[in-house]
Design a protein around this ligand. Structure first.
Ligand code: PEP
Ligand code: MG
Length: 758
């Protein structure tokens, strides 16, 4: 058969199947006609359909084999050729069926006279629900084009089977190459354990209609979708995050290559020519690629194929108009979310009661999505390779972010072991909870202030649950991130008032909006619509707020009104030079005057603070300190600027250590720099919530930290075991003549004193 004749054979078959499916006969009669149509169309002596029923593949219809075998012959998954095809979701094309090691002879079928055999899986939602096969007396391999026709027909059958309710959709359907347990490793981004079903953030599209009514209309749809997809990819290319070298650039290059690949579009068009809808044609070509991929064992190529898969999904989404993420469809059970990467706003769209964990192919410790997840108490495992190949939507996952692993489709022993760890974890949490009312005094009697980081109303119960001393960093931009439009003044005031009410007499430090960088607001073209090469060092935080004074004024008014009659603690992010602090404070002061003129009730006191995140500020602290009530060191940003290492670049995620001599010396300089001024110094970056890092910070002289609520218990426990004089002396010693590895030195020091720092 030539390509054209295969296409036309498939088309003829599809046209006839179309009539069969439209007929009023029952499902069994339809299947009986289907095997005749296919057998004739492909000029094959035998054509049989096996469908999955109660976990077995049952012969449902046949032309050429003994009719007595129908509904009698059954094969287990992985049993015989049919079972192997279903298990591996792969095509078999054999000149001599009996020569295959998996061949299993079934005398009741009378198949012994047929030598050649070809079979394709019938797939629905990436799972095998049956097998379609043809057999011939003459020992010959079927031609590629015949196999393709068979695969196309199998897609149509999948629709027929589904609409006739011939298989049980939920039970027993078989997955891709993997069916047993698989354990993958990654980088622990937020510790914790969780179990749940895998849900792809970008859901796979369910194709409802496979056979086209109007070929030209389908072609038109796919042409338009290709144009749109290429436009999107080109737009991505011009965006800053893809502008620089590295992983993104490679990914983009491949994307572009595939997006413009003539071979790919031609195959899709051919599939439409054979009678499929645009959706089915895209999926059909993708299935074929997947099947070929399975035969090539090259991890590099597998990565590239993953890109093509992404792109194919993108095309499917465009053509089918199903653009939403899994969040918009709602979670049905305990879920572990799967994504290449996520933005913080995307994560916040999920139902927190059902979202139990996140597994990312990329990700880094201080990316905002990870900070948000940490605040939500959701474990996150990042940088997991080979995820999509090993995983099906709905698979049960055991996420152990403490051990940096995720187990897919666990066996009972694995579940048992996990449950035991889970219980132990719970016990540990319960032990920390007991520390709630215990004040964190060091062994030498110094009271350490342990505060929490927050950003949403829902975070506030964390304060009483942990017994923390207050909120050391309230990220006000989170409200902006979860909102579809710019939050109006009344809404802001309400939130800030609720937060203060929830805090009672404990202080809350509000940070004015830090948007820009990786916190992008779709409704706010904060950079006049221009894309930035380097958004983390670009038009963000206080820089935006000072330019868009309206934004800051509204926020200042809201905060002042919310804190009426109480103390307002406010701080400004990304202060780089003292004048920026002055200008921001002036906005607050002028709003205060305005409100006073309006005879409004004002805060009893306003305490102004700055965040130290930009290294340059350290050089002018002597000028700024007299104006400050407090200084909060944002080590997430500070680290990225000190090391010139983008905090959200997954390649750099593990490269630099917070416990490096340079960071430690820098922090010591800052702490000493404000000593003597009446300024409270806090560290509010993620490092403060890690025990070994916190130990080092105490050794530098720091007495206040603001951390994620889940870390309060472990940090309190640590504080109570530390003697500040001792750790202070050790840090001094190490920073004067550094050991080869400061982290190891600290860990050994802690271990000698039986201080747990994991
Ligand atoms: C920081 O940079 O350390 C910080 C606390 O602010 P954010 O993580 O919100 O940028
Ligand atoms: Mg910051």
């Amino acid at each position: 058969m030539t390509v054209t004749s295969a296409v036309s054979a498939a088309r003829t078959i599809l046209t006839r199947l179309h009539d069969v499916m439209a007929s009023r006969s029952n499902a069994q009669a339809k299947l009986n006609t289907v095997v005749d149509v296919i057998g004739e169309g492909l000029d094959s002596e035998v054509c049989s359909i096996y469908l999955l029923r109660e976990g077995q593949l049952e012969l449902f219809a046949t032309r050429g084999l003994a009719q007595e075998a129908v509904h009698v012959t059954r094969l287990g998954i992985g049993e015989g050729l049919v079972g192997t095809i279903a298990e591996n979701i792969e095509t078999l094309n054999l000149a001599e069926a009996t020569a295959h090691p998996d061949f299993s002879y079934r005398p009741e079928t009378g198949e012994d006279k047929f030598h050649s055999f070809a079979g394709v899986p019938i797939v629905r939602r990436e799972r095998s629900v049956g097998v379609l096969c043809v057999q011939h007396v003459e020992p010959r391999r079927y031609e590629e084009v015949e196999i393709e026709a068979l695969q196309t027909v199998a897609m149509v059958l999948s629709e027929l089977i589904h609409s006739a309710d011939l298989i049980d959709e939920e039970v027993g359907a078989l997955g891709p190459q993997q069916t047993g347990p698989v354990r993958l490793e990654g980088l622990s981004l937020v510790k914790g354990l969780a179990a749940g079903n895998a849900v792809y953030h970008q859901p796979r599209i369910t194709i409802e209609h496979v056979m086209a009514e109007d070929r030209d209309a389908e072609l038109q749809r796919v042409y338009l979708a290709f144009d749109k997809m290429r436009e999107q990819i080109d737009r991505m290319a011009s965006q800053a995050e893809f502008g620089v070298g590295g992983e993104h650039e490679e990914v983009l290059e491949t994307y572009k290559m595939f997006a413009y690949d003539e071979g790919w579009s031609r195959r899709i068009i051919e599939a439409i020519d054979s009678g499929l809808t645009a959706e089915a044609a895209i999926e059909r070509v993708q299935q074929r690629t997947r099947m070929r991929m399975r035969q090539i064992d090259d991890p590099l190529l597998a990565d590239r194929m993953h890109d093509l898969e992404d792109l194919s999904n993108r095309l499917l989404r465009i053509v089918s108009g199903q653009m939403g993420t899994a969040a918009s469809q709602g979670l049905r059970s305990d879920t572990i979310l799967i994504a290449r990467n996520l933005g913080p706003a995307e994560l916040l769209e999920y139902d927190k009661r059902r979202l139990k964990g996140v597994v990312l192919e990329e990700g880094s410790l201080t990316a905002h999505v990870v900070i948000v997840a940490r605040a939500m108490g959701i474990p996150v495992l990042g940088r997991v390779r080979g995820l999509k190949g090993a995983l099906r939507d709905g698979d049960l996952l055991l996420l152990d972010a403490d051990a940096a692993t995720v187990t897919i489709r666990p066996n009972p022993q694995m579940e048992e072991a996990f449950d035991a760890r889970f219980a132990k974890n719970k016990q540990r949490q319960a032990a920390y909870a007991k520390l709630r009312d215990v004040e964190p005094f060091t062994r030498d009697g110094t009271r350490i202030q342990v505060m929490i980081n927050a950003g949403l109303r829902e975070d506030m119960p964390g304060l009483s649950l942990t017994g923390a001393d207050g909120v050391g960093l309230f990220r006000t931009e989170f409200q902006f991130l979860v909102s579809a439009t710019l939050p109006a003044r009344e809404r802001q005031t309400r939130l800030y008032r609720d937060v203060l009410d929830a805090a009672g007499d404990k202080p809350v430090v509000f940070r004015t909006v830090d948007i820009g960088g990786d916190k992008v607001l779709p409704y706010l073209r904060h950079n006049n619509g221009e894309t930035e090469e380097n958004p983390a060092m670009g038009w963000r935080a206080l820089r935006v707020a000072l330019e868009r004074e309206g934004l800051l004024k509204v926020q200042a008014r809201s905060l002042l009104e919310a804190a009426a009659g109480r103390t307002l603690n406010v701080m400004f992010p990304m202060v780089s030079e003292p004048w920026e602090f002055d200008a921001a404070r002036e906005v607050f002061e002028s709003q205060r005057k305005y409100l006073k003129g309006q005879k409004k009730l004002l805060p009893e006191a306003i305490r102004y603070g700055a965040m130290l995140e930009v290294p340059a500020l350290a050089e002018t602290l002597d000028l700024l300190a007299p104006k400050l009530s407090f200084l909060s060191i944002g080590t997430n940003d500070l680290t990225q600027f000190l090391f010139a290492a983008d905090r959200s670049n997954p390649k750099l995620a593990e490269r630099y250590d917070w416990l490096s001599v340079s960071i430690m010396r820098f922090l010591r300089r800052v702490i000493l720099g404000v000593a003597g001024h009446n300024v409270d110094v806090t560290v509010c970056g993620e490092m403060g919530g890690r025990r070994l890092e916190a130990l080092a910070l105490l050794g530098l002289g720091l007495r206040r930290i603001s951390i994620t609520p889940a870390s309060v218990g472990p940090i309190k426990e640590l504080v109570r075991k530390v003697d500040l004089n001792e750790i202070g002396a050790a840090m001094n010693q190490w920073l004067s003549s550094p050991p080869p590895n400061l982290r190891e030195a600290l860990a050994a020091w802690a271990q000698e004193r039986e201080i747990d720092t994991d």
